[in-house]
Every structure is written in structure tokens, then in C-alpha cells.
Ligand binder design. Structure first.
Ligand code: NAD
Length: 499
């Protein structure tokens, strides 16, 4: 693994955006300071330097944004036809396409993912917007049989629920905000978004772009600030109808509690500890890089990362040897370094957390096969960590049970497919998972046996909005993508018509 630190080029438009003195809230189509006048700082994880000052939104700002969203919900926006909303989504896709380089540079500086990796996410964003544009014109209820004597016609209508509170994590806000924005615009709802205090910038810039593309003022508002203040105020707000939340299971619990005030329906996309099962008959040319990048992509900061790599005992040595050779091809670097495959982790607390799990793994008797150190030299001020592999892990160890959310892979040996399924299921989470095998029977046994929201066979990490993605158990509920996604944004109205 080699590293480098140079002066990397930041695109001009991103530079312009980042040079603002304070990044203000976006409420009712205007950039406004927090009512308190307070700000927070946000740091570039590649350098540890302050990147921007954000308005520190609190209750009063959330109240103001919710009011704007409510007003917009009942305003001219409510008369837009599905075709108009569909056309808006198509226009937004075009404007985002034009501004994509600016957005990925802002995102890279803010949350640390290499710009080269972010550039590859463009097709996913385009697909998501096409999907939601199609949903705008596909909202339908039913005409129903009924048992009422006489001439009564019955049907259900689907209607937008109102104001959505969207609470977004830091590990990929450029992409993840569109799971909310897309559905809000497709359904005719309005929204108040609360991005993570560690990575708010792409959400703020996108709010401006939405207005440039013709989204009416007040339809999408953004309140930056701390989770326990702005986030809590949104989750507990009596005039917010539903919450779409992506983040940790611990915060998900707090949001459930806060939302009881008006019994909000929730879409909760939470944490994971996914199992990636490599059978003895797997094609290792595919399985080794597939399993590695199933963990190390985005420096391990992906909810469905396959951090427990279960390897069938006869091939443990060969798999490990090939994995360690693959690790040498990964290049850790500044997010603007075109050659970097992995960036830093998001923050000093996250770095400390990951390093503490390296100690826990060692103390519990796992063998650290590579990595485990913070990077020094040119990258020492950023939050860089060597990608790490533990061998000889058992499923009782904390590193196999708790979400680390960093570049740490654990190898767990197994004897037969039934044991692999049992280990995979011995987890509180149920988000992702994979099986690598050239035997369709073994692969399908694993697919049917593992309790999880998504299973990949001989691949890892595809997410398609047409198919959908969601969790079970402590990984949450509700779907991103598929027709089920719109359930959070619509309610059913039963209608009886007597003629
Ligand atoms: P987090 O839970 O710390 O924060 C997520 C968001 O919630 C942030 O905007 C934060 O400010 C806000 N928040 C914090 N406390 C709050 C409170 N009391 N009330 C309301 N909002 C509050 O998560 P994170 O560290 O930003 O992201 C990492 C986590 O997200 C991991 O657990 C990861 O698995 C999960 N995640 C899940 C998915 C998925 O689709 N299942 C996708 C990405 C990330």
C-alpha cells in the first residue's frame, strides 16, 4: 500500500461554494441564519482542517422550516399534476448531471470518499431519479367490491401524507438524500431535511439546485445542526407527519421514542453486521476482491458492509493469502487524490472508535493479519487508517457482533453450509449478506436460510431502486426503492359513493 499527499485540484464551482463564510439553512427557498445566530464547524477528514461553518439549527429553526413545508404542501404545489412532478424530477436529473463534478468535489471534501469513487456513483443517482419520476405517474388506488346493499361504489385513493422529516447520515449524503427527495417530489409531499452535522454540505448545495431546477420554495427545506437538537426537534415535531431516517440503530430507537408525540409512521434504515459466505467451491478470482470491497468500499462506512467473511475451512488458507495480496493493491489517500481507492474515516471520534475495536479484537484473541494503525507521515493530520484484516475470529467476539463502521474485515471459518447459515443468523442485525459458490443448490440454501433484507449471490453491493433495499430486526424496517418505498409518503383513503 502506498500513500501520497499533494496539493490536489478542487473544481472551481466547489471552491466557490466552499468559500462562503457560513453555510446557512435553506427555508422557504431562502438561505437564512439559525435563529440563535450560532454556528458549528465541519472538518475535512482528509486534512483535519475546518472546512465550513454551518448554521446551528435548533427547535426554533425546525419550527420555521416545518411551517414553510406545511404552507408549501397546501399551496400551489398541491395542484401540480403527476406529469408536472415527473417533469420536475427529470429536469432535476439534467441539472444534477451538469453539476455533478461540483457536487462530488463538495462531497469528497466533506465526508472523505475519494472523488474517483464518487464519480462512479453517477449511474446510481440517475437511476434513482428515473425511478422516482416513474413513481410520480404510477400512484394508484383500487376500485373495490363491497358488501353494501344498493348502488354503492367503493374505492381507495392514495394521497400524499404531508410534511416528511428526512434525517440523513454522513456516510453518503449526496446519494442518500435522494431516497427522500425523490419520493417527496414524486408523491406531492414536502420535506424538512436534517443532514448529519459531520457532512451537510452536499445536502445544502442540492437544495439550491432543486430551486434552480424549478422546485417551488418551501417544498424541500434544510435545517443543519446537531442530532440531539435539530434532529430531535424534527422527530418530535407534532406537525411532521412521517420520518424517513437512515442512521444508527441507537439513534433509530431515540427517533421511535420522539415520534410517539403524534404517532408518526417511520421508515428506518439502520445498522448492520452482514455475513459474506465464501464456500469451498467459490470462484476465488471473483470472491476475494468481491468480499474485500464488500467491506472496504467507502472505508468500511457502508451499512451493508459484509464485515463477517465466513470462509469454508478447506480454503481458509488460500482465501486469506489471496486476500492479503489484494490488500496491497488498495491505495489510501486524500479524497481528491485521483489514485486513492480508500479515503479517511469521517472524524476523530470515528477513528478512535475503529482503533478501539482493533484493540478489542486483539484482546479477544483474534489475529490481526494486516493493518490496524493510523497512517502517519503525509496523511497524519487526516483520519486515515490502514485497512485491517483479522483472522481466527469467532462469532462470539465483539468484532463479529458489533457494527464497527470502519475498514475492518473479520475472517470466520465454517465447516458446512448449515453452520454458515447459523453463524450468519447469530446476529441482532439483518441488512445485507452474500454467498459465493458455483453450486446453485448451496447458494440457494444460503439465500433461503439467512434472515436478512438483501442477499447477493456471487456479487456484492448492487442496489437497484426497482428492486428495493431494506432491513429486518435491528437493521430497521421500510424499503428504499420498489413500490413499497412510496408507502411512507402516501396514505390510503377509502371512498364510498352512493348514487
Ligand atoms: P447517526 O445515527 O449517528 O446519525 C444519523 C443522523 O441522525 C444524523 O443526521 C444525526 O445528526 C441524527 N441524529 C443523531 N441523534 C439524533 C436524535 N436524538 N434525534 C434525531 N436525529 C438524531 O448515524 P451516522 O453515524 O451518521 O451514520 C452511520 C450509521 O448509519 C451506521 O449505523 C450505518 O449502518 C447507518 N446507515 C444505515 C443505512 C441503511 O440503509 N440501513 C445506510 C447508511 C448508514
Amino acid at each position: 500500500m502506498t500513500i501520497s499527499q499533494q496539493n490536489f485540484a478542487l473544481c472551481e464551482q466547489a471552491q466557490g461554494f466552499l468559500s462562503r463564510d457560513v453555510q446557512q439553512l435553506v427555508i422557504d427557498g431562502q438561505r437564512v441564519p439559525a435563529a440563535s445566530g450560532q454556528t458549528l464547524t465541519t472538518v475535512n477528514p482528509s486534512t483535519g482542517e475546518v472546512l465550513a461553518r454551518l448554521a446551528a439549527g435548533e427547535q426554533a429553526d425546525v419550527d420555521r422550516a416545518v411551517l414553510a413545508a406545511r404552507k408549501a404542501f397546501h399551496g400551489p404545489w398541491s395542484t401540480w399534476t403527476p406529469y408536472q412532478r415527473q417533469a420536475l424530477l427529470t429536469r432535476i436529473a439534467q441539472v444534477l448531471d451538469e453539476k455533478f463534478e461540483e457536487l462530488i468535489h463538495i462531497e469528497a471534501m466533506d465526508m472523505g470518499a475519494p472523488v474517483s469513487r464518487l464519480r462512479n456513483t453517477k449511474p446510481a443517482l440517475t437511476k434513482m431519479l428515473s425511478f422516482f419520476a416513474s413513481q410520480a405517474a404510477n400512484i394508484s388506488g383500487e376500485t373495490l367490491m363491497n358488501g353494501i346493499p344498493g348502488n354503492v361504489t367503493t374505492m381507495t385513493l392514495k394521497a400524499p401524507v404531508g410534511v416528511i422529516g428526512g434525517i440523513i447520515p454522513w456516510n453518503g449524503p449526496l446519494n442518500s438524500q435522494f431516497w427522500i427527495i425523490g419520493a417527496v417530489l414524486a408523491s406531492g409531499c414536502t420535506a424538512v431535511l436534517k443532514p448529519s452535522e459531520d457532512a451537510s454540505l452536499s445536502v445544502l448545495r442540492v437544495a439550491e439546485i432543486l430551486h434552480e431546477a424549478g422546485t417551488p420554495a418551501g417544498v424541500v427545506n434544510v435545517v443543519t445542526g446537531l442530532g440531539k437538537e435539530a434532529g430531535h426537534a424534527l422527530a418530535a415535531h407534532p406537525d411532521v407527519d412521517r420520518i424517513a431516517f437512515t442512521g444508527s440503530t441507537e439513534t433509530g430507537r431515540r427517533i421511535i421514542e420522539a415520534s410517539t408525540v403524534n404517532i408518526k409512521k417511520l421508515q428506518l434504515e439502520l445498522g448492520g453486521k452482514s455475513a459474506d459466505i465464501v464456500c469451498a467451491d467459490a470462484d476465488l478470482d471473483k470472491a476475494v476482491p468481491g468480499a474485500a470491497m464488500g467491506v472496504f468500499a467507502n472505508s468500511g462506512q457502508i451499512c451493508f458492509a459484509g464485515t463477517r467473511v465466513l470462509v469454508q475451512r478447506p480454503i481458509v488458507d488460500e482465501f486469506t493469502e489471496r486476500l492479503l495480496a489484494f490488500m496491497k493493491t488498495l491505495r489510501v489517500g486524500h479524497s481528491l487524490d485521483a489514485a486513492a481507492t480508500l479515503g479517511p474515516v469521517i472524524s476523530q471520534p470515528q477513528l478512535d472508535k475503529v482503533l478501539s475495536y482493533i484493540d478489542v479484537g486483539r484482546d479477544e484473541g483474534a489475529e490481526l493479519l494486516c493493518g490496524g494503525q493510523r497512517l502517519e507521515g503525509e496523511l497524519e493530520n487526516g483520519y486515515f487508517l490502514e485497512p485491517s484484516v483479522f483472522g481466527g475470529v469467532t462469532n462470539e467476539m465483539r468484532i463479529a457482533r458489533e457494527e464497527i463502521f470502519g475498514p475492518v474485515l473479520s475472517i470466520l471459518p465454517f465447516d458446512d453450509v448449515d453452520e454458515a447459515i447459523a453463524i450468519a443468523n447469530d446476529s441482532e442485525y439483518g441488512l445485507g449478506g452474500a454467498v459465493w459458490s458455483q453450486n446453485l443448490s448451496s447458494a440457494l440454501r444460503v439465500v433461503h436460510g439467512v434472515h436478512t433484507g438483501t442477499m447477493w449471490v456471487n456479487c456484492y453491493g448492487y442496489i437497484d431502486p426497482l428492486v428495493g433495499f431494506g432491513g429486518t430486526r435491528l437493521s430497521g424496517y421500510g424499503s428504499k426503492g420498489s413500490a413499497a418505498h412510496m408507502d411512507t409518503y402516501l396514505y390510503s383513503k377509502s371512498v364510498y359513493i352512493e348514487l
